[in-house]
Design a protein around this ligand. Sequence first.
Ligand code: PNS
Length: 168
Amino acid sequence: MKIGIYPGSFDPVTLGHLDVISRAMKVFDKLIVAVMVNPNKHFSFTADERVKLIQKAAHGIENIEIVSFDGLLADYAKMRNATAIVKGLRALSDFEYEFQMALTNKKLNPMLDTLFLATSAEYMFLSSSMVKQVASFGGDISAFVPSCILEEIQERLSRNNREPSNKE
Ligand code: PNS
């Protein structure tokens, strides 16, 4: 069985992430979406909340598991028998960081390859930090996040009225 692992912050999940998920499902028999828990990083949503938002957004997709993980991705992927890491690439600016991570993970676990999926053109500009910025100023994010979790995301981000804290 080919198992893919799609790691990320998903703070919050966007339509761009869902696009990567649905395309990765065509490549793997099973996809594990792994939400990073990092107590040293400030997130707008807790790991549990991020998992639940993805579960709602991915409702109906078969052979998908949404989990949170702490520690090294290479170790977690090995433990879960994942064949490859899946990452979405939006623009050239993503490449250097993603390439560095792919090579680090390969060094830590030589069995683990990283599969890059080019983002669909309509989501090239989209990031969680952009969603947070637009929502914090009361802007319309309905074109950026799944409709079933729109209200939840909007409510949290506008209430906090916070600035984005990272590139994701
Ligand atoms: O969505 P993000 O913030 O770009 O995701 C980053 C993520 C979660 C893929 C990366 O930070 C990660 O894999 N963290 C786990 C710790 C780890 O394994 N670090 C070494 C690999 S570079």
